[in-house]
Design a protein around this ligand. Structure first.
Ligand code: GLC
Length: 737
């Protein structure tokens, strides 16, 4: 026994010695016991110029599934490539490519695989614009965590999400991808998404690196056309677009994506002020910036570079670290360094940034994605539950005349319209690996909900567009027999998203004409709308007794919709973007500057007020807001200030209510919006119950404003806190300059 023990101890000592020996031999960058910075610096010191350049390139792996970017299948992917966009939904191909990087290259640097996981990976959630209408960032964070796990288990390490572009022009198809018209809303949901995707540990095999996009100001695309000029003053850059990025960078986002748009003469992708001055120097971001697809090469048509080489030089020196599919950095960066047009120091900084994210993802220790079955990866019960709840809370009841909804007494329901049995269009744009067959149609949801309660009749009535009215007859026939008519209209999925601008936000005429015919029957008309943008509804509003904006609800599809129509669910969604009265009103948004003549300058031919305001949303119950109670009338430096409002459920059904807290600074050294959202909170309030909503105010953060250089100011004076139609005044006695 004793000999065995001695033998074991000798063996142990020998193996420790071996380990120490082998540790001594292995390079620092391969030693997981060393800090990330030590490993990054060691690895960069070993790399050749070519190896450094290749780390700063991203190709696709196979054909792109984004129709706007046709990528040639890259057959001869160099094993030294830094990143690949990964379109497969299982890790096999990825692991094969990764094996080449790990075993067939001199240093064995793993590839980072990216993909557009925008509102779910295989479990597709509502589009982001809808998610914001839930006013439930915690739930959005959970959805992003599920998306991250599905993606990471499928071979994706990095998502090009969240999109946090403040957008106020519904003609722009990409309004669907962000969180609406308000800077604070985009900031809160941007942070929630980053935390959901990245979690607390990027290396645990379940989280993925996030990417803020499109940095910056893309939502101001002129007239809602895509990829075009954006006129953005420095003041607007800071008071409208920067906040979501500043907050999400502070939350620790791993990467950002430079945008396509030209910012008042300097395209984002060549804009040193935003990419380096603000992002890297002022905010200290230590991750990396990837260009949007082709954005570097696009500096040529934008008129600031004569060829790809000059484009590469301008983008790199501005602060774009990685080239997505331009073939500019791989072809020209090495020469630019040799010619002294790009410094070796800046090159090393960019490589360090990319390697830092790779180390944090644990890719050097775990370069391969473990095998798993689709059943283990996708559509897990908990994921579906989140999908259902997020869709329920995103749906907005816009109109409900005489409590048409919920449909309690209907025994025969006509379900009509091109959206009624669609699965594909419910998923919206950027559906990643989502499958149409996973989506529950509105009709199926209604059929399940009204089983044994009502008989359903179906007719398509018409297509989404076109002029064929031959389906009207059958639609009218079944509507005649029904107690209520549910009309399911809206947009095709491809009518919003990238490169999907529309000159009008009205639905095609044929859809409106169908409702006109049905209205003639004198039955209650319930309009269900699925779209990726705010719609022009002033004509349809007059024809409908109730209107439910279901957005593009994802795979939960018809279930939450039917639950609300039947009254099983009390709708709680509120708009994250204004619904204009008509396209001609655009841009119209709540946080606008005051007119010099508030009572003049209106349109002669249409109302100047939007049809449905930001934060509008009805419930099946009623909520009564009590008086605002403020902890102080005057506040000085360092003082605390809190405002409370009691909200009572005075109706006869439990419901969730979101209280939006706005501020107004009527007199300031620069003009400020008529009101600004600074806080929101959602709570369940049972029948007869009163809940207190409280806003703890940080004077500078809430009342202060930023100037054109991003300096935050708090000025003396009177400020107002606004909730619904109530407001209280607070006098601020301190100022900061
Ligand atoms: C696209 C989009 C961007 C996306 C990228 C990769 O052109 O602008 O949002 O992440 O290319 O698909």
């Amino acid at each position: 026994m004793k000999n065995r023990k001695i033998a074991f101890l000798l063996l142990l000592a020998a193996s420790c010695n071996l380990t120490t020996q082998s540790k001594k031999d292995q390079p620092v960058y391969k030693d997981a016991g060393r800090s990330v910075e030590e490993r990054v610096n060691d690895l960069v010191s070993r790399m050749t110029l070519d190896e450094k350049v290749m780390q700063l390139n991203q190709y696709t792996l196979g054909r792109s599934d984004n129709a706007n970017n046709m990528a040639d299948p890259v057959n001869d992917i160099p094993a030294e490539i830094g990143s690949l966009i990964y379109f497969s939904s299982n890790p096999d191909l990825r692991n094969r490519l990764q094996k080449r990087a790990m075993e067939e290259t001199r240093l064995g640097i793993p590839v980072i695989f990216g993909y557009d996981v925008i509102h779910g990976y295989r479990t597709v959630y509502p589009i982001s614009l809808a998610q914001a209408c839930s006013w439930n960032p915690e739930l959005v964070k959970q959805a992003c965590a599920v998306a991250a796990q599905e993606a990471r288990m499928s071979g994706v390490d990095w998502t090009f999400s969240p999109m946090i572009d403040v957008a106020r022009d519904g003609r722009w198809g990409r309004v669907s991808e962000g969180y609406g018209e308000d800077p604070y809303t985009n900031a809160v949901f941007g942070v929630a998404s980053v935390k959901g995707y990245q979690g607390n540990d990027l290396s645990n095999g379940k989280n993925i690196a996030a990417c803020l996009k499109h940095y910056i100001g893309y939502g101001a695309s002129e007239a809602g056309r895509d990829y075009v000029y954006t006129e953005i003053s420095r003041q607007t850059l800071w008071d409208t677009y920067m906040l979501p990025y500043e907050e999400s960078v502070k939350a620790g986002v791993a990467t950002l994506m430079s945008s396509f748009n030209d910012i008042s003469g300097t395209p984002s992708t060549a804009n040193h002020y935003i990419l380096t001055g603000i992002l890297k120097q002022r905010w200290g971001h230590d991750g990396f910036v990837v260009s949007d697809w082709g954005a570097i090469a696009q500096l040529c048509p934008q008129g600031v570079a004569k060829d790809n080489k000059e484009a590469a030089q301008k983008a790199f020196n501005a602060g774009v670290d990685m080239d997505m599919m331009n073939r500019a950095y791989d072809n020209h960066l090495g020469d630019l360094v040799k010619e002294g047009k790009v410094s070796e120091e800046l090159l090393n900084d960019a490589v360090r940034r990319v390697l830092r994210v790779k180390f944090r993802l644990g890719l050097f220790e775990n370069p391969y994605t473990p095998q798993s079955t689709e059943k283990e990866r996708f559509l897990l019960p908990q994921s579906l539950k989140i999908a259902e709840q997020l869709s329920e809370e995103s749906i907005v009841l816009l109109k409900n005349e005489n409590n048409t909804l919920p449909l309690k007494n209907a025994s025969k329901i006509a379900v009509i319209g091109p959206m009624a049995k669609s699965q594909w269009h419910l998923l919206g744009s950027w559906r990643a690996q989502g499958k149409a067959e996973d989506a529950i149609t509105v009709y199926d949801g209604l059929e399940r909900e009204f089983k044994d309660k009502a008989k359903l009749f179906y007719a398509a009535g018409c297509d989404f567009d076109g002029e064929d009215k031959s389906g009207f007859k059958k639609a009218v026939t079944i509507a005649k027999e029904a107690d209520a008519v549910v009309v399911c209209l809206g947009e095709k999925a491809q009518w919003s998203g990238e490169n999907a601008s529309r000159s009008t936000i009205a639905l095609p005429q044929i859809q409106e004409e169908l409702v006109i015919e049905l209205k003639k029957l004198g039955k209650p008309v319930i309009l269900l709308l699925s779209s990726g943008r705010p719609l022009e509804l002033n004509r349809l509003e007059k024809l409908s007794n109730a209107i439910l904006q279901i957005w593009q609800p994802g795979i939960a599809g018809g279930n939450p919709v039917a639950g609300i129509v039947a009254g099983r669910i009390n709708p709680s969604g509120k708009l994250s973007i204004t619904f204009p009265y008509s396209t001609g009103q655009i841009p119209v948004y709540y946080n606008h500057r005051q007119s010099a003549r508030p009572h003049q300058g209106k349109y002669q031919d249409i109302p100047s007020a939007p049809l449905y305001e930001f934060a509008h949303g009805l419930s099946y119950t009623t909520f009564e807001y009590g008086d605002l109670k403020q902890s102080a009338l005057k506040v000085g430096k360092g003082d605390k200030l809190s405002i409370e409002v009691p909200v009572t459920n005075t109706g006869n059904i439990d419901g969730m209510e979101t209280v939006h807290w706005f501020i107004c600074d009527p007199v300031s050294s620069i003009s400020r919006p008529v009101k600004e959202l600074k806080h929101f909170e959602k709570q369940m309030i049972k029948v007869g119950e009163t809940k207190i909503f409280r806003f703890e105010i940080d004077l500078e953060k809430v009342f202060g404003f930023v100037d054109g250089e991003g300096n935050r100011f708090l000025e003396l004076g009177d400020y107002y806190i606004i909730v619904k139609d109530k407001k209280v005044k607070v006098e601020v006695l301190t100022e900061t300059f």
